[in-house]
Unconditional design. Structure first.
Length: 232
């Protein structure tokens, strides 16, 4: 699912539902990883293990020996030298996307349940202009939970932003404009989005970026988003 949103140079590995847990969830953790979840509840430990198994499978596909994936500054994953990537997990889904750093400057992925945001969350994450646009989209295609999609897009934007800047990006510091494409034959939805940065963007190849571009899909009861930052 995530792979469809990313360039061919990116390797994405995903685990869906209980089947995915059975396939990936029994993989051993490295001692450094084990220490991080030694007292975690079962759900947290399972997601931690499965998403790292996905990441290591992606490393292997890129010809890189599997290694621990440890959280660094602000919890961002620390990837092997020469790679960049992103991970995400939610109820029923874990995914990791990795790429050689020579091929992309950064990327971010996120997956969420396709359901409305909890009450009060949208007002905390959406700018007034974003909320207005979501209202129009909801009138045109009410089957999509646009509030959840906006939240996911902002998560992907942040995950792509942080490795380039090492700075926090608040929900209010990116204005996201979502566009929808024609619905698929099974009723699935997809489209693109542009995040206009309201603070100075990162320098990539000597050029300061003013926006990030991404893609989204709604399938299998999930919302998935991805942002890719190309070298300039």
């Amino acid at each position: 699912m995530i792979e469809e949103l990313l360039p061919e140079s990116v390797v994405a590995v995903e685990a869906f539902g209980e089947e995915g847990v059975r396939e990936f969830g029994d993989g051993p953790l490295y001692p450094q990883e084990e220490a991080l979840v030694a007292r975690a509840v079962d759900k947290r430990r399972r997601e931690f293990t499965v998403v790292r198994a996905c990441a290591r499978r992606a490393m292997e596909k890129l010809g890189v020996p599997p290694q621990p994936v440890l959280p660094g500054e602000r919890g961002a994953p620390q990837w092997p030298q020469g790679l960049t990537g992103s991970m995400t997990h939610c109820e029923g889904y874990c995914g990791a996307a990795l790429v050689r750093a020579d091929d992309l400057a950064s990327l971010g992925i996120d997956a969420e349940p396709h359901a409305p945001l909890p009450e009060g969350v949208l007002s905390a994450v959406a700018l007034p202009a974003e909320a207005e646009r979501l209202g129009r989209l909801a009138a045109e295609r009410p089957a999509v939970h646009w509030d959840r999609l906006l939240f996911s897009a902002k998560e992907s934007v942040y995950k792509a932003w942080f490795p380039l800047t090492r700075k926090w990006l608040d929900f209010s510091e990116a204005d996201i404009d979502i566009t929808a494409e024609a619905a698929g034959p099974a009723g699935d939805s997809q489209g693109a989005f542009r995040a206009r940065l309201l603070v100075p963007g990162p320098l990539v190849g000597g050029r300061r970026l003013g926006h990030f571009d991404g893609r989204w899909t709604v399938r299998r009861g999930l919302v998935a988003t991805a942002v890719t930052i190309h070298h300039t």
